[in-house]
Design a protein around this ligand. Structure first.
Ligand code: FMN
Length: 176
């Protein structure tokens, strides 16, 4: 059976991106899903001096290893000031010091949601442009705007948006 990791680029305990990624991964069939939480991979703030003094923290190695051993990645990014959340960028920076190809050519369904109407489109644009340099094979990008209007009872309530996600999950599954 194929196995994937699914996680949100957020450390919020009530993360709406985690809720989205949990739902999206529940649409997969016969796939072993490992849902990760960045709170379990707490890292010091990246800095070149700290890296020189203390080396790369074990948890950055651990996360990279989880990516390496997965057949695919589902990721939903929180958007902070039009960009990655600090916690995600910090992990990404640490992992990129171990090796720059952080995504190992794995299929990735890249998502974002936010309370507003752009649904995290700014951070999605940044990631969509950048991740291929780190060997992400992005199968699709999905944005869910107005989270509280379009998501309830642990699923997407808007039929059009839900149909779009279902197609993109199927596409991701076929790429595994
Ligand atoms: C510091 C900060 C900056 C934010 N900037 C944006 C933004 O640029 N665009 C946006 O759509 N939402 C922004 N938000 C709102 C987030 O989308 C919202 O907090 C969302 O719940 C984050 O996702 P999460 O729940 O998965 O952490 C911001 C929130 C914070 C705390």
């Amino acid at each position: 059976m194929k196995k994937i990791i699914a996680f949100a680029g957020s450390n919020s305990k009530a993360s709406i991106n985690k809720q989205l990624v949990v739902y999206a991964s529940s649409l997969l069939e016969n796939v072993d899903v490992n849902i990760l939480d960045l709170n379990d991979f707490e890292l010091p703030l990246f800095g070149v001096d700290l890296e020189k003094e203390q080396g790369i923290p074990q948890k950055a190695h651990d996360f990279l290893e989880l990516i390496k051993n997965a057949d695919g990645i589902m990721l939903s990014l929180a958007e902070h000031n039009g960009a990655y959340s600090t916690v995600f960028k910090n992990l990404f920076d640490w992992m990129s010091r171990i090796q720059s190809k952080t995504f190992f050519g794995k299929p990735m369904l890249l998502m974002a949601t936010s309370p507003g109407g752009r649904g995290g489109k700014s951070v999605l644009e940044i990631a969509e442009n950048r991740f291929p340099f780190h060997e992400a094979k992005i199968t699709d990008v999905f944005s869910l705007p107005f989270f509280s209007k379009n998501f309830s009872d642990e699923k997407i309530s808007d039929n059009t948006l839900n149909d779009e996600l279902v197609k993109k999950v199927t596409n991701f599954q076929e790429a595994l």
